[in-house]
Ligand binder design. Structure first.
Ligand SMILES: *[C@@H]1O[C@H](CO)[C@@H](O)[C@H](O)[C@H]1NC(C)=O
Ligand SMILES: *[C@@H]1O[C@H](CO)[C@@H](O)[C@H](O)[C@H]1NC(C)=O
Ligand SMILES: *[C@@H]1O[C@H](CO)[C@@H](O)[C@H](O)[C@H]1NC(C)=O
Ligand SMILES: *[C@@H]1O[C@H](CO)[C@@H](O)[C@H](O)[C@H]1NC(C)=O
Ligand SMILES: *[C@@H]1O[C@H](CO)[C@@H](O)[C@H](O)[C@H]1NC(C)=O
Ligand SMILES: *[C@@H]1O[C@H](CO)[C@@H](O)[C@H](O)[C@H]1NC(C)=O
Ligand SMILES: *[C@@H]1O[C@H](CO)[C@@H](O)[C@H](O)[C@H]1NC(C)=O
Length: 510
């Protein structure tokens, strides 16, 4: 693309996509069951079909029978990805551009726009949540049963013991964080989370009354740390000498088996033929707990590709019409699932605040061109500034931000550690550690030609840089202030029966 073409393209981009799907759009008929599997901290390198040592035969098969999304983006960490999935809106429009929801913070996904579950329920779906929430819980109104789910089972915070289901308060005592429809769920001590959540999902599937379509939101904690895994899953990886990597590999394989059990239950109960299955990670893997994103740069929490380029695919039974066995290379983002799945369900997008996601179903299922031309990775106005402002009268390059426009990705501020770290078992590749202590705060990559972010084009292409900075400034002007409240001592589970849960009264008076 020439500078002129890019300038034209950038200037004609509308800032919020906000494309309402035509009301009454037929969707897929009969309305499919939708099973959304979100896994936690699964690295880009860490599925079999990306050439990993880690074996994921069921994910490989399901994705081979469907569409692999290979230009697919998530956010660099848990709550932001979950919020975008559930709201269809960017972090800057939900006020959660800084960090994730701390378990002790009085915060959550804003209540001012319906969730994906609200919309699917409105379209006649039975809606069930299993596993990790991490969308806020300080008031009842933020709990899963208040956000569109008919049933819920799982934990509310960021991460906890896979066996004891306990989460730590202020780096000290541990308290149970596990609830069944809002009530504390005891008696699960020693039951590994992946077994437990798979078991619950299978129960939901068995009990499902087919007079309604099913929406199951299955959010495994695996393969997130702590690296606790039954020996049977770790054993096949004895050749991996790095203990963390070996245990992490076991957690991935166990999750792969859980997914197999879940899809088998759909088959056994006559639901599979008309089920659309979506699989996604929530962010890149973290090298400090066994995950890996090689050959991408960086990891979880960073704006390098290793933090945000996600594993994702769609699959499903024979009644779901799509071109199968395809690798989809068009730009897609986690916020797109909201309009995509509401569209598939034949629902309308009335009542939502302006969406940043676009309906991708036609593009995924038939390969037609996606309406998505650009993508905001994030602008974090509260993150520590870096270096000096490089261009006058436009976006401040000291601010942590990243944006994708066509094939270009522009990064400003401090994006995080940009090392290339191969997995420990991969002897053929050399780590290239980012020792960058300098003041560089601006990079431009063509991530289609250079997904490893090796060749910074910013010095050679100042005009493109300037155009994209102008776009960032325009996008930033639509941001709401970041909300990042201090920890609230009232969150202490000791004050609430020794179990994590809501600690403040509802906003609205009943
Ligand atoms: C709080 O709000 C939720 C959801 O709106 C409602 O289900 C619950 O009954 C309310 N609880 C109280 C104590 O007001
Ligand atoms: C399923 O739901 C329909 C409609 O509500 C109801 O008539 C039927 O009895 C239910 N079936 C079972 C097995 O519960
Ligand atoms: C999958 O199902 C089999 C057969 O019921 C069971 O033995 C196994 O433990 C299950 N695995 C998981 C991860 O749930
Ligand atoms: C699958 O499609 C066929 C033919 O269109 C239809 O008869 C059948 O009811 C559908 N099955 C399900 C489970 O929706
Ligand atoms: C959207 O429209 C449907 C009817 O078409 C209505 O039942 C529903 O309440 C509306 N939702 C919102 C959030 O306005
Ligand atoms: C982004 O917008 C906010 C107001 O919403 C403003 O305070 C801030 O200075 C802007 N940042 C940049 C880098 O332009
Ligand atoms: C980046 O991470 C690597 C691996 O942990 C580390 O060796 C290196 O010092 C880090 N670089 C910076 C600038 O912090």
């Amino acid at each position: 693309m020439t500078v002129q073409q890019l300038a034209l393209a950038v200037l004609t981009l509308s800032v919020a996509h906000n494309v309402e799907s035509t009301p009454g759009r037929p969707g897929i008929s009969p309305r499919p069951n939708i099973v959304f599997i979100l896994v936690d901290d699964l690295g880009f390198h860490d599925v079999g079909y990306h050439g990993s040592r880690i074996r994921t035969p069921h994910l490989d098969q399901l994705s081979a029978d469907g569409v692999r999304l290979e230009n697919y983006y998530v956010q660099p960490m848990c709550s932001p990805t979950r919020c975008q999935l559930m709201s269809g809106r960017y972090q800057i429009h939900n006020g959660i551009q800084h960090g994730l929801f701390g378990d002790e913070q009085p915060t959550g996904l804003p209540l001012d726009s319906p969730t994906l579950a609200d919309k699917l329920r409105e379209s006649g779906y039975a809606t069930h949540q299993v596993g990790k929430w991490h969308l806020g819980f300080y008031k009842q109104e933020y709990m899963p049963n208040s956000r569109g789910f008919d049933s819920s089972f799982g934990f509310l915070g960021g991460h906890e013991g896979h066996y004891d289901h306990k989460m730590t308060f202020k780096h000290g005592r541990k308290f149970l964080d596990l609830r069944d429809n809002g009530q504390p769920a005891t008696g699960q001590d020693g039951h590994h989370s992946t077994y437990m959540y798979t078991h619950r999902a299978v129960e939901v599937i068995r009990a499902h009354n087919k007079s309604k379509p099913l929406f199951l939101y299955m959010a495994y904690q695996a393969p997130h740390n702590p690296l606790e895994v039954p020996e049977v899953f770790e054993k096949p990886y004895q050749d991996i000498h790095d203990t963390d990597r070996r245990k992490y590999a076991g957690l991935v394989s166990m999750m792969d088996e859980g997914v197999a059990n879940l899809t088998q239950a759909l088959r056994d109960n006559g639901l599979w033929d008309n089920t659309l299955l979506v699989f996604s990670t929530d962010n890149g893997g973290t090298i400090y707990y066994g995950g890996n994103n090689y050959p991408l740069r960086g990891w979880k929490f960073s704006l390098w590709e290793g933090g945000i380029r996600g594993i994702g695919f769609v699959s499903g039974g024979k009644n779901i019409s799509m071109d199968r066995g395809v690798v989809h290379k068009q730009l897609m983002h986690v916020s797109d699932w909201f309009p995509t799945l509401v569209g598939v369900a034949g629902g309308s997008l009335n009542g939502t605040k302006p969406l940043d996601g676009v309906d991708q179903w036609k593009s995924i299922s038939t390969g037609v061109q996606t309406p998505r031309k650009w993508l905001l990775h994030n602008i974090d106005s509260l993150y520590k500034k870096k270096g000096r402002k490089l261009f006058p009268h436009t976006f401040d390059t000291r601010i942590r931000a990243a944006i994708r426009v066509g094939n270009y990705k522009l990064i400003t501020g401090d994006p995080g550690n940009g090392s290339w770290i191969p997995p420990p078992e991969m002897k053929s590749a050399l780590a290239k550690v980012d020792t960058e202590k300098a003041k560089n705060n601006l990079w431009l990559f063509n991530v289609v030609d250079d997904p490893e972010e090796k060749y910074d084009l910013s010095k050679n292409q100042p005009e493109i840089v300037r155009k994209i900075l102008d776009l960032l400034a325009k996008v930033n002007s639509t941001a709401v202030p970041a909300f990042f409240p201090p920890s609230d001592p009232q969150s202490n589970p000791e004050l609430h029966g020794g179990v994590w849960g809501p600690w403040e009264k509802n906003v609205t008076v009943d």
